[in-house]
Design a protein around this ligand. Structure first.
Ligand SMILES: C[S@@+](CC[C@H](N)C(=O)[O-])C[C@H]1O[C@@H](n2cnc3c(N)ncnc32)[C@H](O)[C@@H]1O
Length: 460
């Protein structure tokens, strides 16, 4: 049998024309039908590329020089974009980013779910797709005896210290990081060193309530004691009147996990607050809370429209986290049942229901795939089920129980189009019809795709 070999060799320099984009945002060009994936290449561009990896069916290249530029190529505003890796798409016009995300959803709907006839709407983007993140966690290091802060260089634990600002971050978070670094430097607080497992300050985390302007600063140390704690607090609160909470987190393990198990509020409140629409949320250092509250509102409004809830309806919100969607649903429904595996998230959900005076939402801790069949056995009969699973999608036992519960409508919020498409196929076989999908850009400048999908029971 003839042996197939790739038409290119490692380290070869070639001219390539990009035809498409991968779901990660890499350019795709072909040599005699053999695809090469090249970071930062854009469709329509012709470029000089160095082949860096050759597999049997595809290879990878490095962009050396662009001979013909796409109109969608823009200058990345971040000075460390090509080193950082936190964002992948700053070199691409925002229109192309939105188009690419819509296309990715269309592709999986066709290839995985075989539902090419289902409308996938244009991605809903942001008017201003910058500075949307309300939370930053930044590593602290040392260079020439001075503290430095910055994200890690791509695929390393080497801090990029010439990072002036993070352009997708709330400016308040940026300024808070700089202030902590400046003050800690002056007080002689040392940075944690991963290799020797010595030193003090590991990470600085800042969270800001977009609507309330309240800020929480979390200082993560290896040591039980935060050196110069009182001076640090005094200077930080004088510099930033909007700081409502300063928290000390102790992480004494040799680990990549940022937060340790022990958290103490060392100044101010335990919680900061934020609102999405007319629902108020209490956020602690450890709480999960949506990173982009503007687009969360857009996504949940769409979910609510698809759920089309009447005041007599009973609704299940599965994988409910801190109950963000549940509390919106509860304002319209007779009763909402939320299920989530993380106990702390459920305690936040209950607290948030209380803060908002919502009495018709009940929250339970458990694995959705185990609890749903139990609820079915107990005769729970929901009119609508809303689901927002993690990237791996839903467990088959969960999908089976959901189909058996026979709701009129299902709304599927997804952060992974491939698992969404896989699960839709099962729901279609179980008697549901996928009506439409709406991608929403929750993370501009990155390759993350979020979408909400509306399903209806067939023949009702
Ligand atoms: C995409 S998030 C949904 C967040 C939620 N809608 C919110 O805004 O707070 C997915 C959630 O599913 C939870 N989860 C993961 N596996 C689960 C399981 N088997 N059963 C129930 N919840 C699960 C995660 O802890 C996480 O909170």
């Amino acid at each position: 049998m003839a042996k197939h070999t790739a038409p290119v060799k490692k380290n070869q320099t070639i001219t390539l024309t990009f035809e498409d984009l991968t779901h990660e945002g890499n350019g795709v060009g072909k040599v005699d039908g053999y695809p090469l994936f090249v970071p930062y290449g854009l469709p329509g561009e012709e470029a000089t590329v160095k082949v860096v990896k050759v597999n049997k069916n595809f290879g990878f290249g490095k962009l050396l020089n662009i001979k013909k530029k796409s109109e969608d190529r823009v200058e990345p505003p971040c000075n460390v974009f090509y080193q950082c890796g936190g964002c992948q798409l700053q070199h691409m016009s925002y229109d192309l980013q939105l188009h690419m995300k819509q296309n990715q959803v269309k592709n999986v709907m066709k290839k995985i779910a075989h539902l090419e006839h289902v409308p996938v709407h244009p991605t809903i983007g942001m008017k201003d797709p910058w500075r949307y993140r309300n939370k930053v966690q930044i590593p602290v290091g040392e260079r020439d005896g001075e503290l430095i802060t910055g994200f890690y260089r791509m695929r390393s634990h080497d801090i990029i210290d010439d990072m002036e600002t993070c352009v997708v971050q709330d400016e308040v978070n940026d300024r808070s990081i700089h202030a902590v670094r400046r003050i800690a430097n002056r007080l002689g607080i040392t940075a944690y060193d991963e290799r020797s497992d010595r030193g003090v300050l590991r990470h600085i985390m800042v969270r800001t309530g977009r609507e309330t302007d309240e800020t929480m600063i979390v200082l993560v140390t290896r040591t039980k004691k935060l050196p110069h704690q009182d001076e640090l607090i005094r200077e930080l609160t004088e510099t930033f009147p909007h700081v409502k909470s300063i928290v000390h987190n102790i992480n004494d393990r040799k680990t990549n996990v940022i937060l340790g198990r022990k958290t103490k509020v060392i100044w101010g409140e335990e919680y900061i607050y934020d609102t999405i629409g007319d629902v108020k949320f209490a956020i602690s250092a450890q709480s999960f809370y949506q990173i982009n509250p503007y687009q969360t509102k857009v996504l949940y409004d769409k979910a609510l429209e698809y759920a089309d809830i009447g005041k007599e309806d009973v609704v299940i919100d599965a994988y409910c986290g801190i109950g963000t969607i549940s509390l919106f649903l509860a304002q319209k429904a007779r009763k909402v049942y939320g299920i989530e595996v993380v106990p702390e998230a459920i305690s936040d959900a209950k607290n948030n229901a209380k803060i908002n005076g919502i009495e018709n939402a009940e929250f339970f801790v458990g694995e959705a795939e185990k609890v749903m069949p139990e609820w079915k056995e107990q005769g729970l009969d929901p009119d609508v089920i809303v689901i927002d699973p993690p990237r791996k999608g839903c467990d088959p036992d969960f999908l089976k129980a959901m189909i058996e519960m026979d709701p009129k409508r299902i709304v599927y919020v997804s952060c992974n189009p491939s698992t969404l498409a896989r699960d839709l196929k099962i729901l279609e076989d179980g008697g549901y019809e996928t009506k439409e999908v709406q991608p929403v850009d929750m993370f501009p400048q990155t390759n993350h795709i979020e979408g909400v999908c509306w399903l209806k029971k067939k023949f009702v």
